[in-house]
Design a protein around this ligand. Structure first.
Ligand SMILES: C[S@@+](CC[C@H](N)C(=O)[O-])C[C@H]1O[C@@H](n2cnc3c(N)ncnc32)[C@H](O)[C@@H]1O
Length: 295
């Protein structure tokens, strides 16, 4: 662990929680998006993953770009002013609050992650606009009730919330567990709230399955779970999917001038809206990005 790294952290995190010798999800991701908050074990792991599945070099940047477009959509087109970002990652360019508050400075954002390195860097996530608020919860996504209870200090659960779970459900075990987490989060927010998810795919790119196996050997305590389209589709049951539905992340509302990956991007992304009560009238509008949103 270098002094340079320590200078960039809050130093308030017990460093016994940080093992620089074992690859770590948040730090490997940080390396893959071009960040500096990672150690040699993380970089070596990332290089191994890319050797097995070259698309790994593109997945993290494409997923971050998807996050950016989703937050812009939610803030600018859907009028969302509150966000719960679970599995935040180490702060990097284009954090959720920066994008949302550039559009609506009064936006309120709660970040959640269970990684000590993310906690050590949380100060960068707390630089809110003066009109808005950001806060950080050091918690496990498998405890959604605790997350909601804490988030109530910052968010008003009578008003719509954007639930953002980007590339985190990959690390949640078991068939039923993700559904239960999403169910608890969705139950806590009112109609008109949104759920945004990205999830690495098991059925789009064979080499990603090999990279999954390699990761699970390298970091056995935080295995990654790939999911197929039908599993991801089931998470959105009862919600109103925003067009174009569940797609590879780089094809969800691509921005003008975005470079499209030459290969299939094996990460599913989707945004959906919690429906208004059965039959309650709403009206459809076509947004700037061409999606239909009922207000
Ligand atoms: C692949 S990174 C994605 C970061 C960010 N959402 C993004 O899209 O750039 C996954 C993040 O989820 C966090 N994470 C993994 N399992 C978690 C859990 N059970 N509870 C909370 N956070 C978790 C990791 O610490 C890491 O920061």
């Amino acid at each position: 662990m270098t002094d340079e790294w320590l200078k960039r952290t809050t130093r308030s995190v017990p460093l016994t929680r940080v093992d620089a010798t074992v690859p770590n999800v948040a730090r490997v991701w940080n390396y893959l998006v071009g960040g500096r908050d990672n150690f040699e074990a993380d970089r070596a792991a990332a290089r191994q993953l890319i050797a097995v599945a070259p698309v790994m070099a593109e997945i993290a940047p494409a997923s971050r770009a998807f996050l950016g477009r989703v937050i812009r959509f939610l803030a600018a087109d859907a009028g969302i002013r509150q966000f719960l970002d679970v599995g935040t990652g180490i702060p990097t360019a284009g954090n959720t609050h920066e994008i949302a508050q550039a559009i609506a400075p009064e936006s309120r954002i709660v970040y959640v992650d269970n990684d000590p390195v993310v906690l050590a860097h949380a100060r960068a996530l707390l630089r809110s606009s003066p009109e808005g608020v950001t806060s950080y919860i050091d918690a496990d996504a498998r405890e959604p009730g605790k997350i909601i209870a804490n988030a109530r200090q910052t968010l008003d659960f009578e008003r719509p919330v954007g639930l953002v779970l980007m590339d985190i459900l990959n690390f949640i075990d078991g068939a039923g567990e993700v559904g239960a987490i999403l169910g608890t989060l969705l139950d806590a927010v009112p109609a008109g709230s949104y759920l945004a998810v990205s999830q690495a795919a098991s059925d789009l790119e064979e080499t990603l399955v090999e990279a999954q196996q390699r990761w699970n050997e390298l970091a056995a305590s935080t295995p990654i779970w790939l999911r197929d389209r039908s599993t991801v589709t089931a998470w959105f049951d009862g919600l109103e999917l925003i067009e174009p539905g569940i797609v590879e992340v780089d094809t969800w509302h691509p921005a003008d001038g975005d470079a499209r990956a030459a290969r299939v991007m094996p990460v599913y992304g989707a945004v959906a809206r919690k429906r208004l009560r059965g039959g309650e009238p709403g009206w459809r509008t076509t947004t700037r990005s061409g999606a239909h949103v009922r207000r």
